[in-house]
Design a protein around this ligand. Structure first.
Ligand SMILES: [Ca+2]
Length: 505
């Protein structure tokens, strides 16, 4: 409620401050929404990282200073397709019935016909007078080959007034493509490609930012007179602009200037106790370098991959900066909500493991920054456990559409945290599922994971984040923690039963 009051107040302030020089339409009362989804971005960056890592993300830092950084935000499935189907509908993966990277033509209305009348977040805003646009990867899209072939992936076309999937050279980019791990699949192994600086404009995220900037600019000027009158292009409609940045998804491609920032000699491989994998269920270790047939990386290759990942992060950050600048110079920043997040995390050597698809914080924790015009707590950090599932109800509330939210949404609005990051209460857990019937609960203090439908002697993990933030010591077989285990098992069972029921429509 407070936020709605804040927005009415804001509209009045903007109306009185607007001048003839500003293209901004001061009669707007609904805020624009810029929804930025990054692919495979972990939390060892900018506003999250140990400063010793020195990851260069000036634009993300600027956004964090203008917004709220959620330090315990979690995805609902640690691979692209399932995570995206979940946050775009505000439903858990089992409800949507997309459990992995399914065929590119598949989306929730096909995967679960019982949800055919449930809107995506793009559809929700589009049906309420927003100009809804998608640029690049929002639903699942195959990287790099989907981009090289101009595929549209698992899009839900009715979400958008406008959608654009830029075609980009990826592995065919100018420069030398170097494999950094054993496997042959460029979408799931490590490779780097250093692009000459003057050819950076060939790259997917630059092309996406170009398109997004054009949309931001077009919303601030009058439409041309000769436009077809059946095309919705009124600048006084607020926009819901979803922009997908593909890097740092592999293959790790960035201009030379960013590679120079991260000498491979200085790349830090995380420390892992020698016996770390010994107390773990087999399924939890499938991405470990020593056990995975697809990585088998040398120490040099590990350093090169970490450095190339961070070069890709800084390159992506530069494109984010172009979107923020465009909002500033068109006068729309003061009436635009910005949400910045990643579809899931990414292991870069923690637990000697690489990439995603595991259930540790490294793979399931995501960066999440929300900036609301005139927010009271700009620059604050919120320590509450939250989910990407929460974005749909949060944005509906922030846009004053609380009463129109779809009844099925399974997340919780984050507005109470935006108003009061330290004192609000809401979530008690974040729920994540993955391959091999892996499921996990994160509470403020505990992580409980189980691989399989039923409890066996060796398929559970329990970590105490108060004493073990790196999740090195699995307490599941320690008799002292049996009552804690029972409680978390019960909670998991209840959530899974609710999801099965919700999937019925
Ligand atoms: Ca991804």
């Amino acid at each position: 409620m407070l936020m709605r009051v804040l927005f009415f107040g804001l509209a009045l302030v903007v109306a009185s401050a607007a001048s003839k020089d500003q293209p901004f339409d001061s009669t707007k009362s609904k805020p624009n929404i810029l929804f930025v989804v990054v692919d495979d971005l972990n939390t060892r960056i900018g506003p999250y990282a140990d400063p010793e890592l020195s990851i260069y993300t000036p634009h993300l830092d600027r956004l964090a200073s203008e917004g709220m950084t959620f330090t315990k935000a979690y995805c609902q499935y640690p691979v692209c397709g399932a995570s995206r189907a979940s946050f775009m509908t505000g439903l858990y993966p089992e409800t949507v019935k997309i459990m992995g990277n399914r065929g590119d033509k598949s989306h929730h209305k096909i995967a679960n016909p019982a949800l055919a009348d449930h809107p995506t977040i793009g559809e929700f805003f589009r049906e309420r007078g927003y100009y809804s646009a998608r640029v690049s990867k929002i639903f699942h899209m195959r990287i790099p080959f989907g981009l090289e072939r101009g595929e549209w992936g698992a899009d839900v076309p009715e979400s958008w007034d406008f959608a654009s999937s830029p075609m980009a050279p990826e592995t065919l980019s100018p420069g030398k493509l170097e494999k950094l791990s054993a496997g042959d699949h460029y979408g799931s192994n490590f490779a780097r490609l250093i692009v000459p600086d003057h050819l950076d404009h060939t790259q997917i995220d630059v092309l996406a930012a170009n398109q997004a900037v054009a949309i931001i600019e077009s919303r601030a000027v009058a439409p041309p007179k000769n436009i077809r009158n059946d095309v919705k292009l009124k600048p006084d409609d607020p926009f819901f602009l979803a922009v997908g940045f593909v890097r740092p998804h592999v293959p790790l491609i960035a201009p030379e200037r960013f590679f120079k920032r991260y000498p491979e000699k200085r790349a830090h491989i995380p420390n892992t106790p020698k016996d770390d994998l010994e107390d773990l269920p087999l399924e939890a270790t499938r991405n470990a370098n020593s056990r995975s047939g697809r990585f088998k990386m040398t120490t040099l290759q590990q350093r090169q991959s970490i450095a190339a990942y961070h070069a890709s992060v800084s390159f992506m950050d530069e494109q984010l900066g172009r979107l923020l600048d465009a909002l500033d110079y068109t006068g729309q920043r003061d009436n635009t909500i910005i949400v910045f997040f990643s579809d899931h995390g990414f292991n870069l050597g923690e637990h000697t493991s690489w990439q995603k698809d595991s259930l540790w914080d490294d793979s399931v924790r995501v960066p999440l920054i929300i900036s609301v015009p005139e927010m009271k707590h700009a620059g604050a950090r919120c320590q509450a456990v939250v989910e990407l599932n929460d974005l749909f109800p949060t944005l509906a509330d922030l846009a004053g559409l609380t009463d129109e939210k779809p009844g099925r949404l399974q997340g919780q609005s984050l507005v109470p945290y935006l108003e009061n990051p330290d004192k609000a209460s809401g979530h008690e857990y974040a729920y994540t599922v993955t391959h091999s019937k892996g499921a996990s609960l994160r509470t403020a203090r505990w992580r409980y994971s189980r691989w399989g439908d039923v409890v066996t002697d060796d398929n559970e993990e329990l970590y105490d984040h108060q004493s073990d933030p790196d999740e090195f010591h699995n307490l599941a077989r320690n008799p002292e923690y049996q009552s804690r285990l029972e409680e978390l098992r019960g909670r998991l069972k209840r959530i899974q039963a609710e999801n099965l029921k919700a999937a019925e429509g």
